[in-house]
Design a protein around this ligand. Structure first.
Ligand SMILES: C[C@H](O)[C@H](O)[C@@H](O)[C@@H](O)C(=O)O
Ligand SMILES: [Mg+2]
Length: 394
């Protein structure tokens, strides 16, 4: 069988939303006094952009095959990622058959082991991997989910992340995840405000709607335990990413001490099968939330998900648009997905990687039909209005 080979890989950067969805304009809920590990410094408390949450920007990876097919993907890595693709990873990609994804992943990972393993290097490898899956699926004229074993259900159902779970309920989502606004540095006053927010939102959404809290690595084990215990009366379904990613010991202690029935979740800033193995073998969480654009790509998420399945742990990927939808629809232990509300007031559904991807499917009544994913590759196109820059060449 004549398999196309890869002619060229190209890396571009773009600003303003896209995969680096924290890169938004002013007045957006996603940058409004949200608790972070930097909240102990008052000058960095109001805005996450003030300490640089959006410094990276989006990396666009384009891979062209000998038959003219072009695959692409986007992730959070910006110019650093573009450098790594052009100056380092390109040598493992160009000249390879489009089918040899496993070998290309292994060479990219092992060649960067001395400076990678997690963070922006694995984000970059993830972006290349997603572009390779997009390319292979397009060469075969199939949606990516069909290369992964096909749908196990006829639709995806979503919870919504944003400031307005009450509006998310009206829009048909199965739950709403709120950002935490006050960390330990704001003391008992801050804890009271956190609880008041949860109480108010529970009052607005009624008893049966899922309410979750996203703590974005901002707490310590004692504060998280106290918050979880006091929030239990409001039926909090899970407390997410309460601690810094490396505090596996803290997560294991938190999970032992949260009220019965409350779930502990984490993983969006974890990477590779080894990081998730540690989370699961140390009993850190009930649900892992890898971001397929940050954990190693689809090739690595297949391994992570199989490991989680063996541990009876659910895999609910962090919001990563079509890149996670094609995976979630094919996995029994991924029963629902996240949708990040990227409208500034979280009051309407707009594409998650807005404005970068054309044809990006969005939930209607909190659902996306599997059939909406039945286009070659990941089924999206780059918006030509978004100005791409190619900062390096090889
Ligand atoms: C809402 C959270 O603070 C983050 O901005 C969000 O991107 C992430 O933690 C999530 O789970 O969606
Ligand atoms: Mg989160």
């Amino acid at each position: 069988m004549n398999v196309p080979v890869i002619k060229q890989i190209r890396a571009y950067t773009v600003r303003g939303g896209g995969a680096d969805y924290h890169d938004q304009g002013g007045g957006h809920w996603i940058d409004d006094h949200i608790a972070t590990p930097m909240s102990k410094y008052e000058q960095y408390r109001q805005s996450r952009q003030s300490f640089g949450i959006n410094v990276l920007g989006t990396l666009v990876v384009e891979i062209e095959a000998s038959d003219g097919t072009v695959g692409f993907a986007v992730t959070t890595a910006g110019e650093i990622g573009a450098y790594i693709v052009e100056k380092h990873l390109a040598r493992f990609i160009e000249g390879q058959k489009v089918t040899d994804i496993e070998k290309m992943w292994d060479q990219m990972f092992n060649a960067t082991l001395y400076y990678g393993r997690k963070g922006v290097v694995i984000n970059t490898i993830s972006g290349v991997d997603l572009a390779l899956w997009d390319l292979l699926a397009k060469v075969r004229g199939e949606p990516v989910h069909q290369l992964l074993g096909g749908p196990v259900r006829d639709q995806l159902q979503f919870y919504a992340t944003g400031a307005r779970p009450d509006l998310a309920k009206e829009m048909g989502f199965i739950g709403g995840k709120m950002p935490l606004h006050h960390g330990p540095a704001e003391g008992e006053e801050g804890l009271k405000k956190n609880l008041a927010m949860i109480e108010d939102m529970r009052h607005r959404v009624g008893d049966d709607f899922w309410l979750m809290l996203d703590c974005w690595m901002s707490l310590d084990t004692n504060y998280a335990t106290r918050l979880a215990t006091k929030a239990h009366q409001y039926g909090l379904k899970w407390i997410e990413e309460a601690l810094p990613p490396d505090d596996y010991w803290g997560y294991a202690e938190l999970r032992r001490n949260v009220p019965k029935g409350m779930l502990v979740t984490t993983g969006e800033h974890e990477a590779t099968r080894w990081g998730f193995r540690l989370l699961m073998e140390m009993g850190c969480c009930d649900i892992i939330q890898p971001d397929v654009g940050w954990c190693g790509g689809v090739t690595e998420l297949i391994k992570i998900s199989a490991l989680a399945d063996a541990h009876n742990v659910l895999v609910v990927p962090h919001g990563s648009s079509v890149y996670s939808y094609h995976f979630v629809i094919t996995r029994h232990n991924s029963p629902f997905a996240e949708f990040l509300m990227m409208a500034p007031k979280a009051d309407q559904v707009v594409p998650m990687f807005n404005p970068l991807l054309l044809d990006e499917p969005v939930p209607v009544n909190g659902r996306i039909a599997a059939s909406a994913l039945d286009k070659p590759g990941f089924g999206v196109r780059l918006n030509p209005e978004c100005k791409l820059v190619r900062p390096y060449e090889h």
